[in-house]
Design a protein. Structure first.
Lengths: 369, 350
């Protein structure tokens, strides 16, 4: 038999592909079924949120933030409000801080439940997806009762939250947490010891800690490499320093480690919400700010720990009622840029790439803004 | 009560036609055509029922309701779906290979039904008792591979072609452990005829081949794994892995052609379960109830097993799939066969 002529070819995965979680296009250089190189092409979901914010007053920017990262819209609310409050030195009432922490952590749980479901679905198991969304529904119902929205909450305000919690929020929230905690054994039971699941995730997409740090990767992806980096501990914002929780880490850095870290984070978030519900004080939920709100001239960078890593905002103010410049940083952006580094030259198959992409938990609105 | 046998139906039909004054050879032609139509109708009903059942089971695994609107728990939902698919526009891609594209679903559909000629639904309820019954089944179910390849090729679509190639590779690989597991049963029953195999398991429950320790259980487990792969179901549903191939070989098909692939998949699932029941669970053997009810009940239980696989397992990767077949299943089934045959030769069995 003569020499078989082989050549590398380029396959477009996306922009509309069931497992790219939005509209991401990956240009894959393939050698047969093996991936030689991957190059993400972004921008399909660009909505110019940063630019639009320049034409809106500060309170009007909050709804725009909901669209920045709609899976954890509460975090984006917190991000913008926190930055503006620090800039204008607005005090937030104690009760509002607790409500914010409750909302943020509930939203983190909801986001990780989506991660759990979509990762399983990308690996071919459909049932965990519906199980994950089933418990997410409990959280979304709580949000709906509180702020009237299920996805884009627009609940936080500069100096507090829009309105107080509904009357029976605390008992409902407690029972929802009990349900989710009870279902955790179901989640782990159906997947964790499944040989197919282990074969799909273990040893796939291994990232080194130094490499990940060099690419600015944060969040669960970094923590799965053994770096206990969590802004809630390292750079506490809001009232996170009052709560007792752990930062789960894993050493392997592969897909399975990322999956385990996120599942453990759900448990830690439940712990935080329970503590916040216990300590929830009475009182005001909002500091009144002037109708014509103008923070002093200056600039600020604020960062918080989102479920996908460090989420940051840079606001430049010239003392006007509109920000001069807004720049957003999403954890997904760095992780998507890191993806080719993980994949390049390792001989992974497309099915592996799907699993890696899923466990990176990249969502595209955060990448494209 | 007289036993329900296919030959009674046959002779009743024959007498009815003779009374109308029809002569040979038309008499035989019409009788066989009507019998064929009956089988086809019964299997279509089974396939439609399985679609509904799968939806209900998946729904209850996932804590949903599934179809609830059309009739009691949506019992005629799939009938409505079939009617809808019949009415749909038959979208055809311009660059298709016309001949191959058209005949692929037909072959798939026909191949799925051919196996039922030799499957004994009950005592005497068998169309033809070939003395090579199980060999015949293995031969005709292989047609499915050709049809999937044809669908992949005829669609002139890279995803469809990849899906078709994958399914061909997968089905050829899993055919070997499947046959090797079946051979264990044949060694012990001493016959290829489906009726003989069932009759050799009559009597008490421990005559079933699943209880022929230790070879029966191993053969059954390897058979059911290979059969899941043959029926292209999770965890071996690589040919239609939607997160890699979007839909697989049937991506360009719509309307009734799609429905034919879809129904054939469910008929195939019933076929592999019916074979499992015939070979390992004593076929129609049972007590009190009519034999066909026993057969149907056992088969539906095996189908339930396949459905539960589907709704609880992730999907294997394509190389892991091949590795599993060639490095694990094939050696295991052959070892099982060899040791089983040696025991049979030495007479160390009951």
């Amino acid at each position: 038999m003569g020499d078989l002529r082989t050549e590398e070819f380029v396959v477009n995965m996306g922009p509309v592909h069931p497992s790219t979680h939005g509209v991401c296009r990956l240009m894959l250089t393939m050698n047969g079924e093996q991936i030689v190189d991957a190059e993400p092409v972004i921008g399909y979901l660009h909505r110019a949120i940063e630019k639009i914010c320049e034409n809106r007053t500060y309170p009007q920017c909050i709804p725009m933030m909901d669209r920045f990262e709609y899976v954890t819209a509460m975090s984006t609310n917190e991000l913008f409000c926190l930055a503006t409050e620090r800039l204008a030195e607005v005090e937030v009432p104690e009760r509002a801080e607790y409500i914010r922490v409750i909302m943020l952590e509930l939203n983190r749980i909801a986001s990780h439940l989506i991660f759990y479901g979509t990762t399983a679905m990308d690996c071919g198991a459909l049932t965990p997806f519906l199980w994950g969304l089933r418990e997410r529904e409990l959280i979304i119902d709580l949000f709906e009762e509180t702020c009237g929205q299920r996805l884009t909450y627009n609940y936080f305000r500069i100096g507090g939250v829009a309105n107080d919690l509904p009357i029976d929020f605390v008992p409902k929230c407690r029972s929802a947490l009990d349900v989710i905690e009870g279902k955790m054994s179901d989640y782990t039971g159906i997947l964790n010891n499944n040989p197919i699941w282990l074969a799909r995730l273990k040893g796939i997409g291994t990232a080194e800690a130094d490499h990940a740090l060099a690419w600015g990767v944060t969040g669960p992806v970094l923590r799965a490499c053994g770096v206990a980096h969590d802004l809630r501990k390292d750079d506490p914002y809001s009232i996170y320093d009052r709560f007792d929780f752990e930062v789960p880490i894993a050493q392997e850095g592969d897909c399975y480690a990322r999956y385990l870290v996120r599942l453990e984070e759900i448990r830690q978030s439940i712990k935080i919400v329970r503590q916040a519900l216990d300590g929830l004080p009475e009182g005001e939920t909002r500091t009144k700010i002037k109708a014509n709100f103008k923070p002093p001239a200056g600039e600020i960078y604020t960062r918080i720990e989102n479920s996908r890593g460090e989420m940051g905002i840079y606001i430049q103010s010239n003392g006007d009622k509109k920000p001069l410049r807004v720049k957003l940083r999403g954890g997904s952006y760095n992780q998507l840029q890191f993806l080719p580094e993980i994949v390049r030259g390792k001989g992974y198959l497309i099915a592996d790439l799907v699993a890696i992409f899923a466990t990176f938990d990249v969502i595209l609105p955060e990448v494209d803004r | 009560m007289e036993r329900l046998e296919l030959k009674h139906i046959f002779s009743w039909l024959h007498d009815l036609l003779v009374s109308t004054g029809l002569g040979e050879p038309w008499l035989s032609v019409v009788t066989y055509l009507m019998l064929g139509a009956m089988m086809f109708g019964a299997l279509s009903v089974i396939a439609l029922f399985l679609v509904w059942w799968e939806r209900k089971i998946s729904a209850h695994v996932q804590q949903r309701f599934g179809p609830m609107r059309n009739g009691w728990h949506g019992w005629y939902q799939t009938i409505m779906d079939a009617i809808k698919l019949l009415q749909k526009e038959d979208v055809r891609v311009t660059n298709r290979d016309k001949f191959v594209f058209f005949w692929a679903p037909v072959i798939c559909f026909v191949a799925a039904f051919l196996a039922y000629i030799v499957i004994p639904f009950g005592d005497g309820l068998i169309v033809a008792d070939f003395n090579i019954g199980i060999l015949y089944i293995m031969a005709v179910t292989t047609f499915t591979i050709i049809s999937l390849l044809m669908a992949g090729w005829g669609s002139n679509n890279k995803y469809a072609l990849l899906g078709g190639m994958r399914s061909a590779a997968q089905m050829v690989s899993y055919e070997i452990p499947m046959v090797a597991s079946i051979l264990v049963v044949i060694v012990y029953s001493g016959s290829l005829s489906m009726v003989d195999i069932v009759e050799s398991q009559s009597g008490m429950i421990f005559n079933w081949f699943i209880f022929k320790l230790p070879f029966g259980p191993i053969a059954f487990i390897t058979y059911i794994i290979a059969a899941t792969a043959e029926a292209n179901r999770v965890p071996f549903d690589l040919p239609e892995a939607e997160h890699e191939l979007v839909a697989g070989f049937n991506i360009e098909y719509s309307g009734m052609k799609f429905a034919m692939f879809f129904l054939a998949e469910f008929v195939n699932m019933f076929t592999v379960s019916a074979i499992a029941v015939t070979l390992f669970f004593g076929g129609w053997n049972g007590w009190l109830l009519p034999s066909w009810l026993w057969f149907l009940g056992k088969t539906l239980l095996v189908v339930l097993l396949l459905m539960l696989f589907r709704w609880s397992y992730p999907r294997l990767r394509v190389d892991q799939l091949m590795e599993f077949a060639w490095k694990f299943l094939v050696p295991l089934t052959f070892a099982n066969l060899l040791v089983g045959a040696a025991f049979k030769y030495l007479g160390w069995y009951w």
